[in-house]
Design a protein around this ligand. Structure first.
Ligand code: SAH
Ligand code: SF4
Ligand code: F3S
Length: 461
């Protein structure tokens, strides 16, 4: 099942991948690219010239779902022009809808459930050979991909995403993830370390470890390895400059993880810790397992241990039954924590979830108004926090030329702030000290400096 085809059966075909949703979907898309890459498929950024199109979907909110329908609608034209084109749909919507996607869209050839990516090679072959249309939603993941699939260069990127665990057991009442990603499973630590090593060998300097709730990494592994131990092992990979991870659950944020931010030099001082709401009543209805005060307490303790830590979070407005008072509690928590950045969402009912059955839904005008009010407050805080960076010298991992180009390069501070500055191509992948000279709402402007205070750039590479 896992052996690649002999070379002489490969021929060059092109693959177009479109990814929606979270970074775990990005990781799966990269996996699929590598598996089909070993079959001779080359990636194209032009959908029109593709032999295979893979659409990786998300069903966490209503909005990304609608994007999928409009994308699939647009593919009809391509299929008419090239009947040999194969269209694959994967990700959480594929898992949620299964065969229904085949029934609704006659352009779709293969539906891959969230645990089916490892089987894509065989499935695609079957579709090609028999002309049939398939939906495959296995209960179990395929065994770990063989090295010859995974070891391929991790694209021309400085950062590699590595999924360390799949699924989720938390069942927050609004969330579809446990239903579409299944029960929580941790990948073997040896394999994660190996993937980090391969990534570094292909030029990567930073890894982001992914899971819905990384704090509970290790359950079910024998011998058990905690998340903090895993971080320690990944840090040993020679040549790796930075480690980040996402997402943590507040109820499971331990003292030992807080300490890891100061004890592990490669671990960046940035934590993404969704709080969802500042109202205890709403948090209880969400089944989150903590109160607003307990959340704040953890943050105070974390800041005590690691004062330079940056914080980001997810929050939503308009959960069923959310009153004006509940919403004010959310704003209050934001004011008291002062997050460096925040992702905010409007609640939407999702299939299978308990909250979808809750009464007392908030009307959409109120939800939109609350979202803008919340975003206005956060925009002010983010800008204030960015402005407070002016004058500081931060170590920036240089990622590449900035989109606007004109000699500008871009990278991130350890706290995950984007910095643009004049630089040189040779710096890509290096840690460069940069003085922050200006601040905007989404980025900072910097000037590279040498340790001695002289212009790093003028000083040559
Ligand atoms: N595992 C992560 C989050 C995964 S989903 C965690 O527990 O924090 C990413 C974010 O989408 C969530 O944090 C939540 O804010 C938002 N989200 C999830 N379900 C939602 C829904 N039904 N409506 C609106 N936002 C939702
Ligand atoms: Fe969803 Fe909650 Fe699991 Fe996050 S922890 S994926 S919000 S059920
Ligand atoms: Fe979306 Fe599935 Fe990720 S629902 S957020 S793609 S786990």
């Amino acid at each position: 099942m896992t052996q690649p085809l002999p070379k002489d059966r490969t021929r060059s075909r092109s693959l177009y991948v479109h990814t929606l949703g979270c970074q775990m979907n990005e990781y799966d898309s990269l996996r699929l690219r590598r598996i089909l890459g070993a079959e001779g498929y080359t990636s194209t950024s032009h959908m029109e010239e593709a032999d295979v199109i893979f659409l990786n979907t998300c069903s966490v909110r209503e909005k990304p779902e609608q994007k999928v329908y409009s994308f699939l609608g647009r593919l009809r034209r391509l299929k008419t022009r090239n009947p040999a084109l194969k269209i694959l749909v994967g990700g959480c919507m594929a898992q949620q809808l299964g065969r229904q996607l085949l029934d609704r869209f006659d352009t779709v050839d293969l539906v891959l459930g969230t645990r089916a990516v490892g089987y894509v090679r065989e499935l695609l072959e079957r579709v090609r050979e028999t002309g049939s249309r398939l939906a495959y939603l296995p209960e179990e993941e395929a065994p770990e991909d063989p090295p010859c699939w995974t070891q391929a260069p991790a694209a021309d990127s400085i950062t590699a995403l590595i999924t360390i665990m799949q699924g989720c057991d938390n069942f927050c009442t609004y969330c579809i993830v446990p239903y579409v990603r299944g029960r929580e499973r941790s990948r073997p630590p040896e394999r994660i370390v190996l993937e980090a090593k391969w990534a570094v060998e292909s030029g990567v300097r930073e890894v982001v470890l992914l899971g819905q709730n990384v704090n509970s990494y290790g359950h079910g592994l024998s011998p058990r390895v905690s998340f903090v131990e895993l971080l320690g092992r990944v840090q040993e990979v020679p040549g790796l400059s930075r480690i980040r991870f996402t997402t943590s659950h507040p109820k499971d944020l331990t003292e030992s993880l807080m300490k890891a931010f100061v004890e592990l030099p490669a671990l960046c001082p940035h934590l993404h810790l969704p709080f969802q709401s500042g109202s205890d009543r709403v948090l209880r209805a969400m089944n989150r397992g903590y109160t607003a005060a307990q959340y704040a307490q953890k943050i105070y303790r974390l800041r005590e241990i690691c004062p330079e830590i940056a914080l980001s979070a997810d929050v939503m407005v308009g959960f069923p039954g959310e009153t004006e008072k509940d919403f004010q509690d959310t704003l209050e928590l934001m004011e008291s924590i002062r997050f460096d950045s925040l992702f905010s969402f409007i609640y939407s009912d999702r299939p299978f979830t308990r909250a979808a059955q809750f009464g007392d839904k908030v009307d959409s005008a109120t939800k939109s108004r609350r979202l803008s009010q919340l975003q206005e407050l956060q925009a002010r805080i983010t800008l204030e926090k960015n402005r407070a960076e002016v004058g500081a010298v931060r170590e920036v991992l240089v990622e590449g030329e900035s989109k606007a180009s004109n000699g500008q390069f871009t990278g991130r501070t350890p706290q995950n702030r984007v910095v643009n500055f004049v630089g040189s191509r040779q710096w890509i992948g290096r840690l460069i000290p940069v003085r922050i000279v200006d601040a905007y709402s989404h980025s900072l402007k910097g000037e590279a400096v040498s340790r001695g205070g002289e212009g790093f750039f003028q000083g040559g590479d």
